[in-house]
Design a protein around this ligand. Structure first.
Ligand code: ATP
Ligand code: MG
Length: 239
């Protein structure tokens, strides 16, 4: 067995173990959550000072339990193997969908969305749902980097056998010494980030035989470039 095979077997075992552990934690967490909800309902009708104080505590615990449940769900989504369903798609249309979804929040944060789509882009064999998820992760990062406002530019173009999606923001950028870390599982500089966004994007893009690269300047902004061959030989992950 080659070293690479051994390493991937090892990480496969770890994935299975970790997913099992997550499932074990999820069940008691669910019980805690249900009981906290019952306590919440009981305490809501108690108008005494102590009752109100206890209700506050219960609500705080509920918030933390929700957060833990979210972290576990994100992890399971990341670790789960899935079968890809390749279908001929219009990538511009997929991006439009994602942008429609984030536009209300972008407006709230004074983010201007600029589109520069190649109208002659060839159709591409993709799993549109997972590609949507990947694009959403990159676009959400861009949005989160511009909480004080800015510009989000999304461009598509073709070069040779590949289509390119360029997502550029004018946000806070990534420091040079951190740029190698952004695809690492659990690397996050955000208070509530899980650090699974970009590792998921990278995995999805690679499952489509593509690549993702980044250029960034601290204080100026970041550009993520996704390249995907449009005549893909569909490659499914084993389930
Ligand atoms: N457009 C961007 N501008 C600035 N920093 C970025 C950008 N995209 C990613 N980063 C940096 O890379 C880190 C990892 O991103 P990633 O999407 O994996 O995790 P996250 O956004 O922190 O959490 P989540 O799991 O919720 O996506 C971010 O915490 C941030 O420091
Ligand atoms: Mg993210």
């Amino acid at each position: 067995m080659t070293k690479n095979n051994e390493e991937s077997d090892k990480s496969e075992d770890l994935n299975i173990l970790a997913a099992g552990l997550v499932h074990e934690i999820r069940n008691p967490l669910h019980t805690i959550s249900v009981n906290l909800q019952l306590l919440n309902e009981d305490l809501r009708i108690d108008s005494s000072k102590t009752g109100k104080k206890m209700l506050n505590r219960v609500q705080l615990l509920q918030k933390e339990v929700f957060r833990l449940q979210d972290i576990l769900s994100d992890f399971l989504r990341f670790a789960k193997k899935h079968e890809l369903n390749f279908v001929e798609c219009d990538i511009n249309e997929i991006i439009e969908n994602v942008l429609d979804f984030i536009t209300p929040e972008a407006i709230q944060h004074s983010i201007r969305i600029l589109k520069n789509f190649d109208a002659n882009l060839p159709k591409c064999n993709l799993d549109s749902n997972v590609i949507k998820q990947a694009l959403l992760n990159v676009i959400l990062n861009a949005q989160q980097a511009m909480s004080e406002g800015g510009e989000l530019m999304v461009r598509t173009f073709q070069n040779g056998e590949n289509i390119y999606i360029d997502i550029t923001d004018t946000g806070y950028g990534i420091p040079l010494d951190k740029i190698d870390k952004i695809y690492q599982v659990y690397y996050s500089t955000k208070k509530t980030g899980t650090g699974l966004g970009l590792p998921t994007v990278k995995r999805i893009v690679e499952e489509h035989k593509g690549t993702i690269s980044v250029h960034s300047k601290e204080g100026k902004g970041s550009s993520f470039l996704i390249k995907i061959p449009f005549q893909l030989e569909p490659k499914s992950r084993e389930s």
